[in-house]
Design a protein around this ligand. Structure first.
Ligand SMILES: Cc1ncc(COP(=O)(O)O)c(C=O)c1O
Length: 495
C-alpha cells in the first residue's frame, strides 16, 4: 500500500527577507532534524504545496530540487517525493537550529562570505586535491614505519630549517623537474605558503614596503600581506600574465613582486618568456625581490610543464616557493622555499629565533614517499585523473549554463574559471551568486573577490571552482545544476 502523505504543515513568512524557496528548504530541513518528517515519509506534491502556500509551482520545484541535490529528498517518479532513506550527516538538530535562526545576511556580508570557503572538503572547493585518490594505506604505512623506529632523536625539537633528508629530496626534485638549481641549504621547510611568506617578510621586508601584486591575484596571500603591513600595488594581468610595463609605470621602485608564473592564480595563463625576462631585468635594476609562487605547476594537461621562473634567475633575485598541499594533501601543512643564496644566513638565523620547524614524522614520511618513487607515480596518476575531471566539470557547466558562461579550459592546475557573460543590463553580481551557491553547500569563490581594487576595469565576473574531487559525470551534472540554480535564484531575487 502506498505510504500516506505526511500531514505536516509548512508555513512561510512573506515578511522574512529570505526568498520563499529557501524558506521551504529550511522548513523541511528543520522538520527532518526534529523528527517530524522521517526517512521514507511522503512529502506533499508540488502542486498541492504550491496551492497551500499560495505560491508558484516553480518556487516549490526549485526548493524540492535543492533538497534532492543535498540528499534530503528523493523523487520516485509517479509514486511521489519522499524523505531520503539515507539522510546527509548535516541533517541534525544543531544544523536545523542554525538554519532556522539564520536570516538572510546583508549584502556586504554575503559578499564577504562569497570569498570565504572555510576549510572543509565541500564540493568544488578550489585548490583541494583529489582526496579520494590519495594512497592513504601506503601513506599510513610510511608514517607508522617512522613512528615505530624508536629513535629518541625524533622526539626532540625538529630542525628549524627542515628535516635534512627532506631538504635534500626537495633540492633534487626542484632541480630535475622545475629547473631550479639549488643546494639543500637553500631549502627551508615551512608550514604552508603563508608561513613561507612570513619568513620572507621577516627576512627581507620593512613595514610599508610597496609590492606588486597580480590583479586579480591569490586572495589569501593578498590579505596576509596587507595585514603584515605591505602596501600592495595591483598590477593587471593579460594573456601573457603580469603586465610588467604596467607595474613599472605604477611603482618602479617596488621592493617585491608576488607572482604565479606557471599558472596564474586564478585565471590560469602562463607568464610568457618575454615577460619573464622583463620581470627579472626589472628586479635586477631595482634591487627588488620576486616571490615566485609555484603552487600547482606539476599539473599541466597540454604540453610539458614549463621550467620555473627561478631557473632563469641569473642575479639571485627570485624566491621560489613550493607546497605539498596540491601534490599530496593540504592537511599535511608542509611547504618549502628556496632562498636566494644571499638570503640564506638571514633565513637560517630567523628560523632559529622563530623556533620554526615541522613535525619530524610527516617530514620523514614525505622524504620516504619521494625516495621510494611513490611521489612520481602519484603525480602521473593525478595528471591523468585531473585531466578527466576537468573535462567533466567544464562540460557539465557549459551544458547547465549555455550562453551564460564562457570557459577557457585551463591548461593546468586544479580549478577552472567559468566567466559569466555580461547581460544587456550590465555585469552579473558574481558575489551574490557565489554566496547563494555556498548556501546550497558548494565551496566556489566569486572571481571578482580576487581583485584588490574594486574599480579595476575590465573586471571579469565568474566562479572559480575546483574540479579535482568531481568523481564522475553524474556528480559533475548535479554540481553544475546546483550552480545554475544559484544563478537563477540570483536572477529571481537579487538582480
Ligand atoms: C595561489 C596559491 N598559492 C599557494 C597555495 C598553497 O598554500 P598552502 O601551502 O598554504 O596550502 C595555494 C593553495 O590553494 C594557492 O592557491
Amino acid at each position: 500500500m502506498p505510504k500516506p502523505e505526511n500531514t505536516l504543515t509548512i508555513a512561510i513568512d512573506r515578511r522574512e527577507s529570505s526568498p520563499i524557496y529557501q524558506q521551504i528548504c529550511e522548513r523541511f530541513k528543520a522538520a527532518i532534524a526534529a523528527g517530524h518528517l522521517k526517512p521514507g515519509d511522503r512529502v506533499p506534491a508540488l502542486r498541492g504545496l504550491a496551492m497551500q502556500l499560495n505560491t508558484a509551482r516553480g518556487t516549490v520545484e526549485m526548493a524540492y530540487d535543492m533538497l534532492v541535490d543535498e540528499g534530503y529528498l528523493q523523487m520516485r517518479g509517479a509514486a511521489g517525493t519522499f524523505v531520503s532513506s539515507s539522510l546527509p550527516a548535516s541533517a541534525t538538530l544543531a544544523s536545523a537550529r542554525k538554519t532556522r535562526e539564520r536570516t538572510a545576511p546583508p549584502r556586504t556580508k554575503r559578499a564577504e562570505a562569497a570569498a570565504d570557503v572555510g576549510n572543509d572538503a565541500k564540493p568544488l572547493r578550489p585548490g583541494l586535491p583529489a582526496l579520494d585518490a590519495f594512497p592513504r594505506k601506503l601513506w599510513s604505512r610510511l608514517v607508522a614505519y617512522r613512528a615505530r623506529s624508536g629513535d629518541l632523536a625524533t622526539l626532540t625539537y625538529p630542525e628549524p630549517s627542515g628535516y635534512g633528508p627532506l631538504r635534500e629530496r626537495i633540492a633534487t626534485y626542484v632541480g630535475l623537474s622545475r629547473g631550479v638549481e639549488c643546494v639543500p641549504e637553500q631549502v627551508f621547510v615551512t608550514n604552508g605558503y603563508r608561513a613561507t611568506l612570513e619568513l620572507v617578510l621577516r627576512g627581507l621586508a620593512t613595514p610599508g614596503d610597496r609590492a606588486w601584486f597580480e590583479e586579480p591575484g591569490y586572495l589569501l596571500a593578498r590579505n596576509f600581506l596587507m595585514e603584515a603591513g605591505l602596501r600592495l600595488v595591483p598590477v593587471p594581468v593579460d594573456d601573457e600574465g603580469l603586465d610588467v610595463d604596467a607595474g613599472i609605470a605604477l611603482e618602479a621602485d617596488a621592493r617585491f613582486a608576488f607572482v604565479t608564473p606557471s599558472h596564474q592564480s586564478p585565471l590560469g595563463m602562463t607568464l610568457s618568456l618575454a615577460r619573464r625576462m622583463k620581470l627579472l631585468d626589472w628586479a635586477s635594476r631595482a634591487g627588488s625581490w620576486i616571490v615566485e609562487d609555484d603552487y600547482d605547476s606539476e599539473f599541466r594537461y597540454v604540453g610539458r610543464p614549463l621550467p620555473a621562473l627561478k631557473s632563469l634567475d641569473r642575479d639571485d633575485r627570485v624566491i621560489y616557493c613550493g607546497t605539498f598541499s596540491k601534490v599530496l594533501f593540504p592537511g599535511l601543512r608542509l611547504s618549502y622555499v628556496v632562498a636566494p643564496e644571499r638570503a640564506v644566513p638571514r633565513f637560517e638565523q630567523l628560523t632559529k629565533s622563530m623556533n620554526a620547524g615541522s613535525p619530524y614524522l610527516y617530514q620523514a614520511a614525505v622524504a620516504d614517499f619521494i625516495a621510494q618513487g611513490h611521489f612520481a607515480r602519484h603525480l602521473k596518476r593525478m595528471r591523468a585523473l585531473y585531466a578527466e575531471r576537468r573535462a567533466l566539470l567544464a562540460n557539465a557547466i557549459v551544458k547547465a549554463f549555455g550562453e551564460r558562461v564562457s570557459i577557457d579550459l585551463p591548461t593546468g592546475g586544479m580549478h577552472l574559471v567559468a566567466i559569466f557573460n555580461a547581460r544587456p543590463d550590465g555585469p552579473v553580481d558574481d558575489m551574490a551568486i557565489a554566496a547563494r551557491a555556498r548556501e546550497s553547500g558548494l565551496a566556489v569563490i566569486a572571481l571578482s573577490a580576487w581583485y584588490l581594487n574594486a574599480r579595476t576595469k575590465p573586471m571579469l565576473r565568474g566562479i572559480v571552482a575546483g574540479f579535482a574531487n568531481v568523481g564522475d559525470a553524474a556528480e559533475a551534472t548535479r554540481l553544475a545544476r546546483m550552480l545554475r540554480r544559484a544563478y537563477d535564484a540570483y536572477d529571481a531575487y537579487d538582480a
